[in-house]
Design a protein around this ligand. Structure first.
Ligand SMILES: [Zn+2]
Ligand SMILES: [Zn+2]
Length: 114
């Protein structure tokens, strides 16, 4: 944490449950596009659009996810590169990882598959 950029907020997360229905629909649709993207270009542009719909900047990792917690209605949308995430299930056949946000991973972690 030695480099601090004052122009950027430190919190790049959003709450899906706080988005309006239009933004939720856009977000869902773009995330689905990303999930089904045939190539990296499609994936990246779908991710960028999803971040825009969620009202957060696309993180340096180029990838965001909505909390896939099976236990609560958590709607956290976050950079998939942040620490403390837990993989809920392997994403065979999908582009998107199924991840719990750090709060959920801490409070009620999904059982590990292996
Ligand atoms: Zn969560
Ligand atoms: Zn949860």
């Amino acid at each position: 944490m030695s480099v601090i950029s004052p122009a950027r907020p430190t919190n790049h997360t959003a709450d899906y449950n706080q988005l309006g229905p239009t933004h939720q629909a856009h977000f869902d649709s773009f995330m689905e596009h990303a999930d089904n993207a045939a190539n990296t270009t499609e994936y990246n542009s779908a991710m960028a659009a999803a971040a825009l719909a969620a009202g957060i900047p696309l993180p340096a990792s180029g990838e965001i996810a909505k909390c896939a917690c099976p236990f609560c209605g958590c709607g956290a949308i976050f950079d998939t590169a942040i620490p403390g995430l837990l993989t809920v299930e392997d994403s065979d056949g999908y582009n998107l990882p199924r991840l719990q946000c750090p709060d959920c991973a801490d409070a009620h972690p999904a059982p590990a598959e292996d």
